[in-house]
Design a protein around this ligand. Structure first.
Ligand SMILES: Nc1nc2c(c(=O)[nH]1)N[C@H]1C(S)=C(S)[C@@H](COP(=O)(O)O)O[C@H]1N2
Ligand SMILES: [Mo]
Length: 335
């Protein structure tokens, strides 16, 4: 679905003031980026075209130096063309802000993602509450261009910025009892209108999880940015998971808690409809969802006249990196 510019930034939906602020900050960010460019520091990061009519999210100040020093990781990046930025920030699933694809881009604008605290619990030596800034700062940011495949059978190519999940998790020294890691999204109905909706279909907060070996796989990624800049609120600011070989619902947004567990975490979609959404949720063209065939997908942007249907690949095309994690498992049973 291609969304027209006017639709996204209709002033009745987003306060003009917040847009102004974003633009002003964006321009400042650009000046900084230009200065660094001339020193060659960001040469390895892909460049994306931004139209100044689009809201662009500068993110917290502390993130800018890491973004400027980021480099593209070619080993794990797809060379497919990323979706245009406007599509990636206006066609979202983030039920905390509503069920519609455009609800997040319209309703998450005032979302406060700085300062941000991450709580670490469970089977690890280092547990407690940490400022995101302190957790992230020691690492060098990478850019990874990944395919994102939603279980609703659409997909997008997105250039993420961030750090390997394994790097962050190792910092906490998980104990030998840590078999899984669980992630929780912020619960804040004042900021997230979808959480107070009377007929809300999900139990909040949103929870997801990975088996420890999945979490430690080099493809598993924590994004703090996309398209060479900070993550917009609708895409999960300030920190979200990106697990490219699994359906999109595993890639939990706006994470506030990380818990190491011995037992398999109870994840939100799996709890809601266990026959439809498995814990593993590996992209698998051979196992259909009751409502969507998974054999093919609509690569966005697409339209009625150019549907852009492509074949879905096992593990979303990442089988070489991850198929070994599931050897001996019946993937029809463990969908
Ligand atoms: N907390 C939270 N995380 C979430 C979701 C959500 O509703 N809440 N939706 C998931 C789904 S279904 C998808 S497809 C992706 C979409 O990510 P995007 O909007 O950045 O493309 O986010 C995932 N992470
Ligand atoms: Mo999804």
């Amino acid at each position: 679905m291609l969304i027209k510019k006017a639709e996204l930034i209709r002033s009745s939906e987003i306060t003009p003031e917040s847009i102004y602020k974003q633009r002003r900050l964006f321009m400042q960010g650009l000046a900084g980026a230009a200065a660094l460019l001339s020193s060659g520091a960001v040469s390895a990061l892909s460049k994306y075209d931004f139209n100044e009519d689009w809201p662009v999210y500068p993110g917290p100040n502390w993130i800018q130096p890491s973004i400027s020093a980021a480099e593209r990781n070619n080993r794990f990046s797809s060379d497919e063309k990323p979706a245009p930025y406007p599509d990636a920030i206006s066609h979202n699933n983030f039920y905390e802000f509503g069920l519609g694809k455009q609800d997040p881009s319209r309703k998450a604008q005032g979302f406060k993602s700085d300062p941000w605290t991450i709580e670490v619990e469970g089977e690890a030596e280092k547990i407690g509450k940490f400022a995101l800034e302190d957790l992230i700062k020691p690492y060098k940011f990478e850019e990874r261009v990944y395919r994102l495949r939603c279980v609703e059978a659409w997909s997008m190519v997105i250039p993420w910025l961030g750090i390997p999940l394994a790097d962050l998790l190792k910092q906490f020294n998980p104990t030998s009892k840590a078999k899984y890691v669980e992630f929780t999204t912020l619960y804040d109905p004042k900021q997230m209108p979808g959480q107070k909706a009377l007929f809300s279909s999900l139990d909040w907060p949103y929870v997801e999880g990975l088996r420890m070996d999945e979490a430690m796989n080099p493809l598993s990624f924590l994004a703090t940015g996309m398209y060479g800049q900070a993550l917009p609120p609708q895409n999960g600011a300030p920190l979200r998971l990106v697990v490219p070989w699994k359906y999109g619902f595993k890639s939990i947004k706006s994470i506030v808690k990380i818990r190491f567990t011995e037992a398999m975490p109870k994840s939100t979609w799996n709890l809601t409809a266990p026959k439809e959404y498995g814990f593993f949720a590996n992209v698998n063209p051979e196992v259909d969802h009751p409502r969507w065939t998974q054999a093919s997908e609509r690569r966005l942007p697409s339209s009625l006249f150019s549907p852009n249907r492509i074949e879905t690949l096992p593990f979303n095309g990442y089988a070489d990196e991850v198929a070994h994690l599931y050897s001996g498992m019946d993937l029809r049973k463990w969908f």
